[in-house]
Design a protein around this ligand. Sequence first.
Ligand SMILES: *Cc1c(COP(=O)(O)O)cnc(C)c1O
Length: 233
Amino acid sequence: MENREKELLENIAAVNKDIADAVEKAGRKPGSVTLMAVSKLHPASDIEILFRAGQRCFGESYMQESLAKQEELAHLDIDWHYIGGLQSKKAKYVSGRFCAIHSVDSIKLAELLNKKACSLGVVQNILIQVNTAGEEQKSGVAEEQVPALIEQIASLDNLKLTGLMALPPFFGDPEGARPYFARLRMLSEGMEKLFGIKLPELSMGMTGDFRVAIEEGSTMVRVGTRIFGQRSG
Ligand SMILES: *Cc1c(COP(=O)(O)O)cnc(C)c1O
């Protein structure tokens, strides 16, 4: 086996084991957390290795890079997720091409995604990215604005809101992120009650803190570095 292949397979096996452990410790159902392998800035060949080993869900953050990889790997039935910041003018390039777009944070962006999905005759799954810590430099909508955004999105027929996503501040100690994960879960439960809808997905937890995120109810963890190693660039 090539070195890179060995490294990737060992890494993802260790992550899957940690996820299963955390799920069990939290008393949750086995298989209730999906691993998204965040492959941004790593080559398509790495994705292909992991796909052959059974990994299906991959996350990308950069529009051009993600579309180039989709083309290169079109022969594989990959579940692509878009998790990067998205300028409105780029919306038309991603809508209809991903299982879910996790970074919707404005009605303008939602409307443009909806328009493109409509012209393609598809329904695009989306998540609302919430800025749970109220960090100024970060994308994501403020918690108080989530109800209004959900209401507006509800009128867009070619979008399906499947859940909420958050990217809390980085803490050396993963416990630091716990309150933000808990807030996202409570917000999601509150919105389900308020609108009588289901928001099955909670996209939260990365390399440093996915165990804590799982304890707080994450259904999809987005893990890059622990699988692929450091990103260059
Ligand atoms: C890059 C990225 C990740 C993965 O981060 P790691 O710390 O490498 O696991 C997760 N979520 C988002 C939104 C990202 O941009």
